[in-house]
Design a protein around this ligand. Structure first.
Ligand code: ZN
Length: 263
């Protein structure tokens, strides 16, 4: 699945999970503020597994630094769509985000701050700006914009940092679901990638679900970037826009009259 599509699906999933409106699932209800801000962060979190791609959005988001970082992650995780695209990765990303939340440090000018959460917040905002092409211009402008969106949180709403581990988990799971729906599939049980038994790998439907290389998929979207993926992207974009608008409308006591769902 393409980066932009991952990002929009991440925001859509976040709104569906954290809202209790009729159009949502309400699995993990949050305040209006956390729903709206989290949606922006979840878009960036939904491209995190592709940090293992040397030519992906994350690799291109910070010049040489992120290029080298992505190459390193790619090599360390066994390649693109290996370790970072597994069930273990969901746990790893969650533990990583939680651990970052415990790291405080004295930073020149800023003082003693939650350095790990600040960095993670900065990174997710930067990835959202980059993947949704919201920041025109170079890398410096991108990260200055991300920093300007991070500093007010650090000084005025530091409790917002508490949503970061949940944002990361929702983003990463949404990413994996997206890739699972394309023909490439995923090594879900990585580092154990069991291959289908002989004979079974020739049965047409089975071989596209449990592939010869051991990857699993439910390839209803076809190849990455297919027309079906574009159609899903259009639906998710509309869902996200309506959900954002209705979340704001509900906060001021005037829910949108959505056809088929009502107010
Ligand atoms: Zn991916």
């Amino acid at each position: 699945m393409m980066g932009t599509h991952h990002a929009v699906s991440g925001a859509a999933a976040w709104l569906a999970v954290t809202s209790t409106a009729p159009w949502a699932l309400g699995l993990h209800p949050m305040s209006t503020r956390d729903q709206l801000v989290g949606a922006v962060l979840a878009a960036g979190a939904a491209i995190l597994p592709d940090a293992d791609h040397h030519n992906g959005t994350i690799a291109h988001s910070g010049g040489v630094v992120t290029k080298v970082a992505a190459r390193t992650v790619e090599a360390a995780s066994g390649g693109h769509r290996h370790g970072l695209h597994s069930l273990l990765a969901i746990i790893g990303f969650y533990l990583g985000a939680t651990y970052l939340g415990t790291w405080w440090a004295t930073v020149p000018v800023l003082g003693y701050i939650p350095a790990g959460s600040t960095l993670l917040w900065l990174a997710l905002i930067g990835f959202t700006l980059k993947v949704l092409k919201l920041s025109k211009g170079g890398v410096i402008k991108l990260w200055v914009t991300a920093a300007l969106a991070t500093l007010p949180v650090l000084y005025f709403f530091p409790d917002l940092f508490e949503i970061l581990p949940t944002v990361v988990v929702v983003g990463v799971i949404t990413h994996l679901v997206g890739d699972f729906l394309t023909v490439g599939g995923l090594p879900l049980l990585w580092p154990w990638i069991p291959k289908p038994p002989k004979g079974l790998d020739y049965v047409p439907i089975v071989r596209s679900i449990w592939q010869q290389n051991g990857y699993v998929a439910l390839p209803i979207l076809g190849k990455t970037g297919s027309m079906r993926e574009m159609a899903l992207f259009a639906v998710l974009s509309l869902y996200t826009l309506v959900a954002l608008a209705d979340t704001i409308a509900r906060a001021v006591g005037a829910p949108l009259p959505i056809p088929g769902i009502g107010a």
